[in-house]
Write a protein that binds this ligand. Sequence first.
Ligand code: RRO
Length: 313
Amino acid sequence: MSKISISASISHEQFEHPFINAAGVFDETAKDMDEVLNSEAGGVTTKSATLEPRPGNPLPRYYNTEFGSINSMGLPNQGLEYYLDYIKNSKTNKPIDLSISGTSMEDNLKALKIVQASSFEGLCELNLSCPNVVGKPQIAYDYDAIKETLDAVFSFYTKPLGVKLPPYFDLQQYDAVAKILNQYTLTYINTINSVGNGLIIDPETESVVIKPKGGFGGIGGSYVKPVALANVRAFRQRLKPEIKIIGTGGVNNGLDAFELILCGADLVEVGTALAKEGPQIFERLNNELTQIMKEKGYQNLSDFRGKLKEYQG
Ligand code: RRO
C-alpha cells in the first residue's frame, strides 16, 4: 500500500501537515512562533496584528474549562512591523501566515497597504471577527461593512488574502455572506473565530472568570465544534471552489479534524487545545488523522474532503 499523505495547500503555500495554530494562540512573540514551527505543525499564523503594539485587555483575560475556554484578550500584539520582521528573518521552510486586525477600517487599509508594499508573499488573513475590543462590534456581522471593507481592500491588494469570519447561526446569514464573498478574488476564508460574548461563571465564587467586559468573552474548544462544522459545511456549499477554507473550532483530536475536512476544510487550525497542551499536540494530531485515514483506506485528504454524505437512513 502506498504511503498516506496529509499534505495540504492554499494558493502557492504547501503545508506538509494540515494543522496550524489558530491566530491568537502561541503566536504573540517570536519565541512562541518558533516553538510552533519547531513542532510538527504545518506552519504558523501570527497573532492578529495592529499597526502599533497593544497591551490588550486587563488580566485575567483567558480561562480554560473542561470543555473549552473563554477569552477576552483584546488584541495584545507586538505591532505589524514586528511580525513582518519576524517573517523576513525566519529561516523556516514552512508557511507563515500573517494575521491583521485593525481596530478601524482605516487601520485595516493602512496595514494592508504596508503588507502590499512589503516583500511578504505569503497568506495574509484579515480578521473581521474580533469579539473583544471594547466599543468595536465584529465587522463581519454587518454585511454592508464586509462589502465596504473588501471593495476598498481589493482596489489595491493583489496578494493572497483570506478573511477570518465569526460563527453564523442562520442559513440566511450563510447565503448573504457567501454572496458577498463570491464577488472578490478572495483566496480563503477561516471559519470560525471564537463564539463571541459567551459567559463562563464559577458557581462556587458566584462570579465571572475573566475581568474584561464584565466577564463576557469568546468561547472556544469542544463547546463550539458543531458550530464550526456547520460553518465550514455551509460555506463550502455556497462559496465558489477557488475560495479555500481553513476550518477552526473545537479540534482536540484527529477525529475532530477528519470531520472538519469532511465538511470541506482545506487546512485545520487549533486554538484552545493548543493552549492547553502546547505545540507537541501537532504530532499527536498528525498521527491520529493518519491512523483514521489508514483505517478508512484514504491516502490523501482530497479523498474525503468536502464529501460529507446526506443522511443515510
Ligand atoms: O485578541 C482577542 O481578544 C481575540 C481576537 Br483578535 C480574535 O479574533 N478572537 C478571539 O477570540 N480573541
